[in-house]
Design a protein around this ligand. Structure first.
Ligand SMILES: Cc1ncc(COP(=O)(O)O)c(C=O)c1O
Length: 466
């Protein structure tokens, strides 16, 4: 039955519809579309047994598109533009990104230029960084004069924590969805300022209104700063940053928005967002070389900010003082605009976002169903405000119940299942975080359902190999 469900149906005409009633009383409808895509609609109509009742209780209708793979302009497969190991299933773009071969070559070319004549390279570097910064700001739809380069998102957060002492008070509010390294930096900053860290506990399926109210009601008379993710890491959901920043401004509280995942996923991540500080990464969804991120600041607070590394640029104004950070390899910044342009020229960012979203939906459905077949449980996750390219699927009970356990699973998964996957943990529940980029295909997730899911179910019952 499972084979039937996963197998592509032999449709040739557009709009032919097939209805398959599976033994688990899931009614699955597939509609073939022109161009090879398929729409999958799964209606859980359970009436028999515990498993069906659960599905029925959830009462969800899931409609997913089976997206046809994109190709390169020369007709080659998309994955041929990357250097990812073809024997491995790459299901975790979101953590560390993946750099197209052409951009790796471009960065290597820049490095060669640097090493041919280092003195010339470093003495003529500043205008090239300014140009790259302008291109990165343009991609985000923001002003280059408010945009500083930082080596990574955490360095951007550290620059805020080390440069600023919010006038309203020393307490910092974070959420329990915050990225660990940034939250730890916030805690140290609050302690240094003589305040404390307050963690707003936001349920994974909280609506925007609920999440906003929980964060704002966690603020006290001495809260000076709110740190909140635009797109969360462990839970792959959006937070109401526009609403939180607006309410915080009314109360004189500053906001730092962690937009690490937003570049590339959101066409204009700073639109309508009246926060004080914003940080975003280019090595994730824009596929730039690692070491390229930005810190964006409101004009009225920007001049308080200094990079974590002191340099000869210190007397300069923001953002120029971030353009010089001692003797570092700046080629990632210089190559980042080329990766953005590569995606734009090949497919266009809107098309890529739409493909990633369809693929992520497909992935979540196929993987959740595969888990259900083994456990008889519902593994779908409602995060209330999903992001276009990432989805969560609940792991079987007992797996990845802490952040450390989730991280520790990555290597056995890579070794035993030849799969690069992100495993996350939130409030004692483990999740598989699927993140799909343009080089991924539905076949990757069909294979993961066969290869990865049974192993994870086995490990949940026995023990994970070292
Ligand atoms: C939400 C969020 N914030 C911050 C970071 C840290 O990024 P980096 O390690 O590049 O500093 C990540 C990394 O995945 C993230 O997902």
């Amino acid at each position: 039955m499972r084979g039937l469900f996963h197998q592509a149906l032999p449709f040739t005409a557009v709009w032919r519809v097939a209805i398959i009633v599976k033994w688990s009383d899931t009614c699955s409808i597939r509609i073939a579309l022109q161009g090879g895509s398929m729409i999958n609609a799964c209606v859980h109509i359970g009436s028999r047994g515990e498993r069906c009742k659960r599905n029925h209780d959830h009462g969800r209708i899931m409609i997913t598109v089976k997206p046809a793979p994109l190709s390169l302009g020369d007709g080659m497969s998309v994955s041929s533009a990357w250097t990812l190991n073809p024997d491995v299933l790459h299901l975790n773009h979101g953590s560390f990104g993946a750099v197209p071969a052409r951009i790796q070559d471009f960065q290597n070319h820049l490095r060669a230029e640097m090493d041919v004549d280092p003195v010339r390279w470093f003495t003529t570097l500043a205008p090239r960084v300014v140009q790259a910064r302008g291109a990165l700001a343009g991609f985000l739809g923001t002003d280059p004069a408010c945009t500083a380069v930082v080596p990574n998102v955490t360095a951007g957060a550290s620059a805020v924590f080390h440069s600023v002492r919010p006038p309203r008070g020393p307490d910092i509010v974070v959420t329990d969805h915050g990225y660990g390294a940034v939250t730890m930096g916030a805690e140290r900053a609050a302690t240094r300022w003589g305040g404390r860290l307050i963690t707003a506990e936001v349920p994974i399926n909280a609506t925007f209104a609920e999440a906003h109210d929980i964060v704002m009601s966690s603020c006290t008379a001495t809260t000076g700063l709110i740190v909140v993710d635009q797109i969360t890491s462990a839970t792959a959901r959006r937070m109401p940053v526009i609403e939180i920043a607006a309410s915080a401004r009314e109360r004189g509280i500053r906001t730092l928005v962690d937009g690490a995942h937003a570049p590339g996923l959101h066409p204009k991540p700073l639109e309508d967002l009246d926060c004080d500080y914003w940080i975003g990464a280019f090595h994730k969804w824009p596929c730039a070389p690692r070491g390229a991120a930005v810190l964006i600041a409101r004009r009225d607070v920007a001049q308080e900010l200094f990079p974590v590394i002191d340099s000869w640029g210190t007397p300069l104004a923001f953002p120029e003082r971030f353009d010089v950070q001692g003797t570092l390899d700046f080629t990632s910044y210089l190559a980042a605009p080329a990766s953005i342009q590569f995606v734009e020229d090949e497919w266009g960012w809107d098309r890529v976002r739409s493909y990633m979203s369809d693929l992520a939906d497909y992935a979540a459905r196929v993987i959740a169903e595969a888990f259900s077949i083994h456990t008889g449980e519902d593994h779908r996750v409602d995060v209330a405000a999903p992001v276009n390219a990432m989805r969560l699927v609940r792991l079987p009970a007992g797996l990845a119940t802490t952040h450390a356990q989730a991280d520790a699973l990555r290597l056995p998964v890579r070794k035993e299942c030849n799969t690069a996957a992100a495993l996350t943990s939130f409030r004692g529940i483990g999740y598989l975080r699927l993140s799909a980029h343009v080089y991924g295909t539905t076949q990757d997730y069909d294979e993961a359902a066969e290869r990865l899911v049974p192993r994870l179910c086995e490990w949940a019952l026995t023990s994970v190999p070292p």
